[in-house]
Design a protein around this ligand. Sequence first.
Ligand code: TEU
Ligand code: CA
Length: 535
Amino acid sequence: MKRWQNVNGIYQIYPRSFKDTNGDGIGDLAGITEKLDYINGKPDSLGINAIWLSPFYPSPMADFGYDISDYCAVNPLFGTLDDFRRLIDEAHARDIKVMIDYVPNHTSDEHTWFQESKSSRENEKRDWYVWRDPKPDGTPPNNWLSVFGGSAWEFDPASGQYFLHSFLTKQPDLNWANPEVREAMCDVLHFWLKLGVDGIRADAVRWMSKDPEFRDNPLNPTYNPEAKTDPYFVQLQTHSRYGPQLFAYLRQISDVIESYPDRIVIFEDYPDAMLDLRSQYSDFYAVNPHVAAPFNFEGFKTPYSAMEFRRFIDRFQADIGTVSRPFYCFGNHDNPRLVSRVGREQAKLVGLLQLTLPGTPVIYYGDEIGMEDGMIPPDKVHDPFEKQTPGLGLGRDPERTPMQWSNEPFAGFSRAEPWLPVADSFKTVDVIGELHDAASFLYMYRALLSLRDMHVLRFGSYAPWEGSDEFVYGYFREDAESQILILLNMSSEPTMRDVGIDGQIMYSTHMLESAMIGSFVALQAHHGVVIRNIR
Ligand code: TEU
Ligand code: CA
């Protein structure tokens, strides 16, 4: 991928939780604009030059903006279209690219398209959504399930048919098999790209194409009902998603992207564990290698260990080769926070890994300061996933708490009580406190993002270090000019390694304790170093 060559990383912003400027306890576009200096362009900035904004469109907020009632406008809660134009201008003035969220699979049930579609069977837009007759006994057309719990079908008594919703009832699926829908959804892309948007993150694309025959999904033979896991996986999702037209639809999207200079699209996709991993990735990469790629989310599930991480990265790097660009993600608005998953010290090593791997790292807001999941009391639960499928730890509120700017009340996020409680850690985990603390997360992210300006770290090859074992995972990054070795001691014991090269430590998570004696490197527990070969 030749596009976005000068982007060193992408910073994901969840607009509701980033910065509130008007005192309603909800983050807004003006808040993001106000904080652009934090992101890039100033000596104290994080130094990352692309942002991705989760949805800020008009929405009844049943799924916190992923239920969109107007694709080409701004929700008054977040501001106006002029606020968005200002955000783009100010971002570009700081050399920051702006990526926005695009939700092609479904709209809100409050979108006028759906209102029309629902109004009668004869309506022109009836076929814009997926309507089916009940079975003779009145039950849903098939056994498909909603990701958030229950049947994926909702009966509309007025017209006597069911409509399909792969997510909430308030998120009816668009019918991408209808060419008018495809055209309207391409128009949405043109609208934002013409406004100067640089990139698109395409949501939940796997569901865009279904089995044309709408066959029942088979039961999942490996599902264990005792195990208290997500009931969605009681079935194999064989027919309800990943249908035969998926990649044709995605190609139509990427054609639009390609028609504008230096724009890209990243597909949000969690590979199906029941299908071949390699072929799923390669299908997404094949959509359009010049402008499109899928995220890599394997870091969410990979256990923290040197062997497991090496296996995961080696395999993925080998599979995609040197032409396709990886977009490694270790945090987002749908998964528990990195620090809460692996621990504080461990999270730093994962951060070091992410920022020294090939490709374009995608960093979730707050992970750069080591934010943890917030504790959400039962009466503060917002996420519909938790409400519909309670008690299984599936709720996503904990990772969506307000950005911790300072240790002042409400973490400097707002002057009013925020929509979700600030995480307890804000007294010690905050931007102001970390800016000048050399041992902080923020310090590390800033240092490594600036190191990433080196050609070798951005574009150099990846090769595992053969000395890797069950304690230490190492890898080389190399280009014509230089060779870098990254060593991660992922164990809780100090250790010493002979790396066989004369090196200079360029970065260490344990600055004071870093030493190289000849070709020997001393590593503390959960200690990572970046070494430059000075041959
Ligand atoms: O998520 C799609 C997706 O794959 C979900 O199954 C995700 O795994 C789920 O949230 C469980 O963590 C996208 C968005 O990222 C998510 O926030 C939305 O709720 C969803 O689409 C529907 O638009
Ligand atoms: Ca606000």
